[in-house]
Design a protein around this ligand. Structure first.
Ligand SMILES: C[S@@+](CC[C@H](N)C(=O)[O-])C[C@H]1O[C@@H](n2cnc3c(N)ncnc32)[C@H](O)[C@@H]1O
Ligand SMILES: [Zn+2]
Length: 195
């Protein structure tokens, strides 16, 4: 199990990506545990119930932040309540961190050297099937425009090309935002890391 770093590497402040984010307070070496993602361990059924409540909230308020992490096939971790500063880490298409599940706990690791002041990000790993519910504002040069797991980017591209063809052929009228919100039922995904 990784040990929490003796020096605190991060600080919370407002982010150009979305609302609040987490930033490096000092230089962070590659491949070190930075912060644990702490939360309430919940069943998939409870997770789905909370996701549906978020959909309702998003319909009323126009948006809702998602703090659910997929832990394994049976459980998720809801990091919305209590002291969990890792909840403020935003998604990026060119991330400098990665989330790993290590013996049932979620740790955020650096995946390269990070300079003081850089915002800490990881790829949320959302499924491509809900791509148009999650536009991405990460601002990276390689941003694909939507919060989607990198492995699924080729599929995302095909879906976007198909949509473009359909619009050109007059199949759809584009009205801007898609008008519905489906916060992830499965939550943000972490990878497995051999400790
Ligand atoms: C775990 S929270 C991240 C912290 C959030 N910025 C806050 O202040 O609560 C996840 C939510 O942040 C927003 N978010 C994170 N990364 C984003 C990105 N790259 N583009 C757009 N919104 C993002 C989305 O609303 C998402 O549901
Ligand atoms: Zn992006």
């Amino acid at each position: 199990m990784p040990k929490a770093p003796t020096k605190r590497y991060w600080t919370v402040r407002s982010s150009s990506i979305h609302n609040r984010g987490i930033f490096a307070r000092r230089e962070i070496p590659n491949d070190v545990p930075i912060i644990e993602y702490i939360g309430e361990k919940i069943t998939k059924a409870e997770s789905t119930r909370r996701a549906e409540a978020l959909v309702d909230k998003a319909k009323k308020t126009g948006g809702a932040a998602v703090y659910v992490f997929t832990l394994n096939q049976r459980h998720d971790v809801d990091g919305a309540k209590g002291r969990n500063p890792a909840r403020y880490i935003n998604h990026s298409c060119a991330p400098n961190c990665e989330a790993y599940v290590i013996r049932g706990r979620i740790w955020i690791y650096s995946i390269r050297e990070i300079k003081a002041g850089e915002e800490l990000t990881y790829n949320y790993g959302f499924d491509v099937d809900t791509w148009d519910d999650h536009p991405c504002c990460c601002g990276a040069e390689r941003c694909v425009g939507f919060i989607v797991e990198e492995k699924q980017w080729p599929k995302l591209l095909r879906k976007m090309e198909k949509l473009e063809r359909d619009v050109k052929n007059g199949k759809f009228k584009v009205n801007g935002a898609n008008g519905h919100a489906t916060p992830l039922v499965n939550g943000t995904r972490a990878k497995k890391k051999s400790a």
